[in-house]
Write a protein of this length. Structure first.
Length: 354
């Protein structure tokens, strides 16, 4: 199928889904898989945030110029890794007792001890603004995806040595690996793409377009069915088959999304929509069939999240905002609302008791 024909086909799917789901909006709002805002974990401090990840009983979240570590058994801050200038993300290698942060302003990766949170070393990467970061278990390698560099840096997680630089066709975003030597990364530039990397050979092996998906950021993976979930800037989630290199369907989500998650045990798919402060919950009825269950209220600006696959809780970063400043010129838009000092917190979204 040509790219233009593929675009028309996916567009038709989008319209059909929107019409069907539009008539069931009330039912969706009442269901949403039973998910609700259970509580908030206060963190405090100033600065923005980006990626978050759950590993065991810990939640790691970037905040300002540090990595905050939260004990999920007591919902409290247990420590931090500091001096991570412009931190975006974190990757965890439990078997090595190491964590790795991507520091956009310093063009570096900080390596830290998981037990003590002490810094072990710093590695300078080979592309500007390292953003997403991923640990590949199959090769024990760290991959940083460098936004302005439009490339990926490969680092030996054991020695900290830079092994390779992989050129990419645009600005990379989230990445996921299948555990068997294949790493998938969203390319945000223009109409979205997926690039497939061989983690052993450290090179791109294929790529394909995501018609109907603009500026993909968040990415999740269903390993059993080999399906990727790309959260797109035009309020849809593109479900694609990397083996066939095609989009199989589009799921309507909210605006301002920056993260996606898939729970293999419950077969639920999530999108965190910071534009309207919602969490889209969709049910996987089959590898290529999905039903949106609802959009749960979170908090405006809550665009990144982490899923705990053991408890099925979803954690979202959030903050309070003050009133938007008045426009500086007649007819201009109001300024960006300022973040209320010390209001940074983690929202805990829980499913209904079974």
């Amino acid at each position: 199928m040509s790219r233009s024909a593929s675009v028309r086909s996916v567009a038709l799917v989008t319209v059909t889904i929107a019409l069907v789901l539009g008539g069931a909006a009330v039912a969706r709002a009442q269901d949403a898989g039973g998910y609700h805002l259970a509580r908030k974990i206060p963190v405090g401090g100033d600065g923005g945030w980006d990626y978050a990840v759950v590993d065991g009983d810990r939640l790691y979240t970037s905040h300002g110029s540090r990595l905050v570590v939260i004990d999920l058994t007591g919902d409290s801050v247990m420590g931090e890794v500091s001096n991570t200038n412009g931190i975006h993300g974190v990757a965890i290698a439990p078997e090595l007792n190491r964590g790795f942060t991507s520091n956009g302003r310093d063009t570096s990766v900080t390596i830290f001890n998981l037990a003590t949170l002490a810094t072990i070393g710093t590695v300078h990467v080979t592309g500007a603004n390292p953003d997403a970061i991923h640990y590949d278990v199959a090769t024990r390698r760290i991959f940083t995806f460098n936004g302005r560099g439009e490339n990926a840096t490969v680092i030996d997680a054991v020695t900290g040595s830079v092994l390779a630089t992989i050129p990419l066709p645009g600005k990379p975003e989230f990445a996921q690996s299948d555990g068997n030597g294949r790493l998938y990364v969203n390319i945000e530039t223009d109409t979205g793409q997926i690039v497939v990397i061989d983690t052993k050979a450290m090179r791109e092996v294929s790529r394909y377009w995501l018609p109907g998906c603009e500026g993909p950021s968040g990415l999740a993976l269903d390993r059993e069915n080999s399906r990727l979930f790309s959260a797109c800037g035009n309020s849809v989630m593109a479900v694609s088959d990397p083996g066939e290199k095609r989009v199989v369907t589009l799921i309507p989500i909210g605006p301002g999304v920056d993260a996606a998650a898939y729970d293999a045990a419950t077969r639920l798919v999530f999108a965190s929509n910071g534009g309207n402060g919602t969490l889209t919950v969709a049910r996987q009825d089959g590898a290529d069939r999905y039903t949106v269950l609802g959009n749960v209220a979170t908090q405006r600006g809550s665009r990144t999240m982490a899923l705990d696959a053991r408890t099925h809780r979803v954690y979202l970063a959030s903050a309070e905002y003050g009133p938007a400043p008045a426009p500086t010129q007649p007819g201009a838009r109001p300024g960006r609302p300022p973040m209320v000092a010390g209001s940074f917190a983690i929202l805990v979204m829980e499913p209904a008791a079974r």
